[in-house]
Write a protein of this length. Structure first.
Length: 341
């Protein structure tokens, strides 16, 4: 019989310690998939995936550490059975974000142990934290903020100084990789796992379908329907104006969300004489791989990117909804759903 688990195992179910603990529990897979004792773990696994689709996984310690922990492999089985790449990315990202929230409350010693779990060469001294540059670059190269670029950091003796907050962020990336790396799982061929979880899988498919429909905008991109903020950002980019990162990100993620491909977007940004294709392509492709949702109007306003708002803007809270309405014929009525990003 395994000892009572540390609730941290349920918070960090992807670690080698959590895996070893589950192995010690020695629960046969058919039992986990079918026995009444694990009903709540299966429901929780499904809920975990649906919460990921909705954008935020909440911990549920009420069901007990063991069941919460077991819901993690079940969630991974469900994701694998659905077999959708978008779901895999979204699920891994949501798990990693939930972990990041938990890491905020952890002491530095624990973070260092977590760093070891991912093979990060990191040291803590009176001067702060320093990480081997190769481990830094492995995760930092994906960050949007230019402050993460190696050229903007002090590199000395092969290490980069980082803050505790940055360390947590690097850990989030490492965790996301681990969660995503093993998916879809190679499920045992002799057991019909997907059949055993079929009711849960159906609910996940419904949630996934609803999410995709919410963001799907049919037909070719229609620049005449772009909201003023996005039209302005694109016009500035085409004139070679060096826009703030937040505005470039808003324009790129918006165009991706309405279904444009990276090549089309690079072409759209290519109006200016000093257009730097490789730099633009790098930025666009970086955003393309991450399933971002374009920022809503509140965020656009906060960053000073809500420019040229017109009367239709008064009816929307998101540039994507402006676009939808305009495509439908602008003046049309009806409720407007807010993408939750
Ligand atoms: S209100 Fe929203 S859609 Fe309209 S310009 Fe501002 S950010 Fe864009």
């Amino acid at each position: 019989m395994a000892p009572a688990p540390d609730s941290r195992l349920a918070t960090y179910p992807f670690t080698s310690g959590a895996t070893a603990y589950v192995r010690e529990l020695d629960i046969p897979l058919p039992d986990l998939l079918g026995r009444h004792a694990y009903d709540r773990a299966r429901s929780r696994g499904m809920k975990r995936v649906i919460q990921a689709i909705e954008g935020r996984i909440e911990r549920d310690y009420e069901i007990g550490t063991d069941l919460e922990l077991l819901s993690y492999p079940i969630a991974r089985m469900i994701v694998s059975c659905v077999g959708d790449n978008y779901l895999i990315r979204r699920y891994a990202l949501a798990e990693a974000k939930a972990v990041y929230e938990s890491l905020k409350a952890e002491p530095l010693d624990f973070l260092l142990v977590m760093g070891e779990e991912f093979g990060m060469r990191i040291e803590s001294s009176d001067q702060g934290l320093s990480i081997h540059f190769a481990d830094y670059v492995r995760y930092a190269h994906r960050m949007r903020d230019p402050g993460w670029k190696l050229v903007n950091r002090r590199l000395s003796g092969g290490v980069v100084r980082i803050s505790e907050r940055e360390f947590r962020r690097l850990l989030q990336e490492a965790i996301s990789d681990r969660i995503r790396g093993g998916l879809p799982l190679d499920l045992p061929p002799d057991l019909d796992v997907c059949d055993a979880l079929s009711a849960h899988i159906e609910s996940v498919r419904d949630a996934l379908g609803a999410r995709k429909t919410e963001f799907e905008i049919a037909g070719a991109a229609d620049p005449d329907a772009f909201p003023p903020c996005i039209a302005h950002a694109i016009a500035m980019l085409q004139e070679g104006v060096n826009l703030p990162h937040s505005a470039r990100f808003a324009a790129t993620s918006f165009l991706l969300n309405i279904g444009m491909g990276a090549d089309e977007i690079v072409r759209m940004f290519s109006g200016s004489p000093d257009f730097d294709e490789s730099r633009t392509r790098y930025q666009v492709e970086h955003i393309t791989g991450r399933e971002y949702t374009a920022p809503g109007c509140d965020t656009m306003k906060t960053y000073g990117n809500c420019i040229g708002a017109d009367s239709l803007c008064a009816r929307v809270s998101h540039p994507l909804n402006y676009y939808r309405l305009r495509k439908r014929g602008a003046g049309g009525g009806g409720g407007i759903d807010r993408p939750d990003g």
